[in-house]
Design a protein around this ligand. Structure first.
Ligand code: NAP
Length: 435
């Protein structure tokens, strides 16, 4: 029998459990730990609330969770409840699938002013992550600046641009919906330090900006490279360019023009200005030099009352685990950190790729573990952890408890919405106690 602990119940964690099940069948016991009482990580608190089709992938993880030899162990936090060395004592292999829940730092003068947020916090706020539910961003100024040219910047801009009706079938949490209902934001500037050919935005996500009921995207035609240069781009980026060109040509102006989403290319943020709260972003014009953004010395200011930096994420360091500061992930060689200790998904390779990228990642790490690990090490596995949890008084939340939480969230949903999430751990635990 092999005993495996996976830390993190997001896509990387569940795909790895699925792979372990396929590899060892009845000869493996997998415990999937999560610091939250609820599973699915990024699917629940990262994927945009109006992307329900993407969230549907959690059905696949449910199928894995229901297998008798895979167990969800929620509400258990590394560092607080149990350490990595303790898990290593208990399990043959410990796999860190903790994702990349922290923001890469802007590191600019004024980035600590009020109403300047990183995307982990802002996305966590509208998605009801308990850590960020109390963020309370002020949407009282007419301009918001979203820094970065990736898909998260698009998510944030779209959420700020939508009307209340456009959230009807989403699971945006009530506090965010109430705040957006009263929002004064009418101009959303997506600031990219490089140009259209360097965006990390995918075509489908860009195309959504052309379908908003009260907002339209704007691209300055002067920022676009010669159309002939698009031919050399890889397919996805070429399709993204087609959308940006359509925006520049004014072809995406549905509904009213109440809100604009402006792409400001070749602009690097240099400082956030304000007294106690952000009042403007100072930007330096850039040009491309060897593919990099080089400052031109020309600066301008964008008056704004909200800044959301969507410039990428990093993994949280964990005591006793070597960390690669540069890459913002655990130091590893193809997922191997140390004997018996592995990482997978964003914790292994950094925050890149789609949700589906984590599936081959999960299968690859299980192959490596199979090559490294002998059967029958005699480690205690589940019973060992259960004894430790009892001794420490840890309130473990199981998958069946989560199903009660989910049932309550579905019952609390506003008309047309799939669920109304609990945003506090205590509420989740309380719901899990219901019969
Ligand atoms: P990302 O794709 O890495 O984009 C980060 C952006 O921030 C880049 O445009 C980067 O510009 C810019 N940036 C980095 N540091 C900066 C700085 N100091 N100043 C100004 N700009 C800076 O990251 P992400 O948007 O957080 O997305 C993370 C991953 O999740 C990606 O794989 C993404 O595709 C995925 N995702 C997918 C979806 C979806 O499929 N619907 C939704 C959300 C996220 P440079 O290129 O110049 O470095």
């Amino acid at each position: 029998m092999r005993h495996i602990a996976i830390v993190g119940s997001g896509p990387a964690g569940y795909y790895t459990a699925e792979a372990a099940q396929k590899q060892w069948g009845d000869n493996v016991r997998v415990d999937i730990f999560d610091s939250q009482p609820v599973p699915f990580g990024l699917i629940r608190t990262g994927v945009a609330p109006d992307h329900q089709a993407i969230k549907g992938v959690s059905r696949r993880y449910e199928a894995t969770a229901r297998l008798g030899n895979v167990r969800f162990v929620g509400n258990v936090m590394l560092g607080r409840d149990v350490s990595v060395p303790e898990l290593q004592e208990l399990y043959d292999a410990v796999i860190l699938a903790t994702g990349a829940p922290h923001d890469r730092k802007l590191d600019l003068r004024g980035d600590d002013l009020a109403n300047v947020f990183g995307s982990a916090a802002f996305v966590g706020w509208y998605n009801g992550h308990p850590q960020f539910a109390g963020l309370d961003p002020k949407l009282s100024h007419d301009t918001a600046v979203v820094i970065g040219n990736g898909n998260v910047a698009l998510d944030v801009a779209r959420i700020l641009a939508k009307s209340e009706e456009e959230f009807a079938e989403s699971d945006i949490v009530a506090h965010a919906l109430a705040s957006l209902r009263g929002s004064a934001v009418r101009r959303i500037v997506i600031l990219g330090r490089r140009g259209p050919h360097q965006v990390a935005m995918t075509p489908k996500e860009l195309s959504e900006l052309a379908k908003l009921t009260r907002a339209h995207p704007e691209v300055d035609p002067a920022d676009l490279p010669d159309v002939a240069e698009d031919a050399a781009l890889e397919t996805g980026l070429r399709k993204s360019m087609a959308h940006l060109r359509a925006f520049a040509a004014g072809q995406a102006r549905p509904g009213t023009d109440a809100v604009t989403v402006e792409f400001d290319f070749f602009g690097a943020p240099r400082a956030i200005l304000g007294d106690t709260r952000v009042e403007a972003v100072e930007v330096e014009r850039t040009r491309l030099e060897n593919g990099k953004a080089a400052g031109t010395g020309e600066t301008y200011r964008i008056p704004a009352g909200l800044v959301v930096a969507c410039i990428g994420y990093q993994t949280s360091p964990i005591p006793d685990v070597p960390f690669d500061e540069q890459g913002g992930r655990f130091a590893n060689v193809e997922g191997r950190i140390a004997p018996g200790l592995y990482c997978v998904g964003w914790a292994r390779r950094g925050p890149t790729g789609t949700i589906g990228t984590n599936r081959p990642d999960g299968f690859a790490i299980v192959e490596k573990i199979a090559a490294d690990m002998q059967d029958g090490s005699g480690k205690p596995g589940r019973p060992g952890f259960d004894a430790l949890a009892e001794e420490r008084g840890i309130e473990v939340v199981r998958f069946t408890d989560w199903q009660k939480i989910e049932e309550a969230e579905i019952a609390n949903a506003r008309q047309g919405a799939p669920r109304e999430k609990f945003v506090a751990v205590e509420q989740m635990i309380e719901a899990s106690h219901r019969v």
